[in-house]
Design a protein around this ligand. Sequence first.
Ligand code: ZN
Length: 534
Amino acid sequence: MRKLLVLLLSIPAIYSTAQKNEDARISIDVIHYNFQLRLNDDNNIITGTAEIDLICRKPGNQLTLDLMSKNADGKGMVVGSVEINNTKSTFIHRDNVLALANQEAFNKDSLCHLRITYSGIPSDGLIISTNKYGHRTFFADNWPNRAHNWIPCNDHPSDKASVEFIVTAPQHYQVISNGILVERSNTETGMMLSHWKETNVIPTKVMVIGLADFAVGFAGSLDCIPVSSWVFPEEKINGFYDYSQAIDILPFFVQKIAPYPFSKLANVQSKTIFGGMENAGCIFYFENSINGKRKEEGLLVHEIAHQWFGNSATEINWSHLWLSEGFATYLTDLYFEKKYGKDSLQAILKDQRGKVISYYEKQPDRPVVDSLETNYMNLLNANSYQKGGWVLHMLRRKLGDDLFWKSVSTYYRTFAGKNAGTPDFKKICEEISGINLNLFFDQWLYHPGHPQLTIQWKNISSGSVEVTIRQLQKKPFEFPLDILFSDGKTNLIRNVSVSQTESKFEIKMPFSVESISLDPSTNLLAEWKINSVK
Ligand SMILES: [Zn+2]
């Protein structure tokens, strides 16, 4: 997703709510969710039936799911009944965990079918509000683990499943969701049933529904994948124009990575709290993302990149978020490089380097792979996005363009429909390139910071220049460094390998140097000061 800072600041800290422990989480593997939901215009109560097929991975007599309990404000869900394999079951719903008991123990690797009826007012996760034109809307917004506010689930990116939503709502709503539309029928007076089905497995963070009085436009198709725009009718002309640029963006990813992973792409104007949320095949953009001038091109590219990285190949845990956000960030940079040229990429990378450095000044102890952070909203930071992107940029320079693209697309193809961690990506890069990347991954992703350098230089006798490089940060990094030498008319670039706290180089020069500058092609994540010594 893309952050929308102004809104994020006003969000209550409700994201580290109690959830079941890790042992309980991995004891089940959900295969398929079928959610039957009833929504109305009279109040914000949703009524649901969840049918869940899952496999018990550990023997035992208790099985747990995440579902927000009713809180003091009267918001949250109340469970009416539970059936396990068509038999009524007892249950305890407390502290946002729904624990189901069975008379017989759950056998290891046995398939269970659950049927849970529930209702309540979602305190989060399904945003029920009015849009800027005063019309009532419903938009799911699940990242990072907010799905269990409105649907019972194993609310963790590692448990992916196929999903279908059967939504009955007043007829004036258009309903969008993941997958393909299986049925749309008028039911009783004034109500309509919409049935969407996603057969690919996806994490709960990107399972959604959206209801509004949408205008729906067909933007085109790519390799039989229909691309559509769902916008508020008041902005139909601008909205269709802006969102249809998705059709121009998709070929870049299909050519560079792999075929599009889902059966359709809908681009949806929404009330997401983020700038954009990459929901599988059904991207939600912030309400004011339409301007009629296609100004949000980068946002569309970013969310479209997530269809491959995040939705299809999914990080195993939130601490590996850079596998989603760093990838979406850098692939957007690369799209801009292809469309607008190398200078555009350099300008973007300089800006992103600045963001990494200023974030480091506030949070000097946090690495990109941050397993200590428990408030996942805090992971929406410059480490996951811009530094993750910069790591991919430096990896590209280290491997070369061909091996870089081969590594990224092989990583995607290997983990499409599955989960991966940073070691999985590293292993693929090493296998493709034959290069040992232990140190590269360790210093850039598992340790905080970046090289902070002071450079001293002076002309010395016999046509040479002496350059002394000091690394000021705690632990020295190992990296290649381009230095540009100039006499005011001619520029020469020389590359040195830096690995020590202090390194001294004597470099032959055909002229007396008047000035030097570092990293002229923007290939190093570092900050520096240069002093000439007379
Ligand atoms: Zn993103």
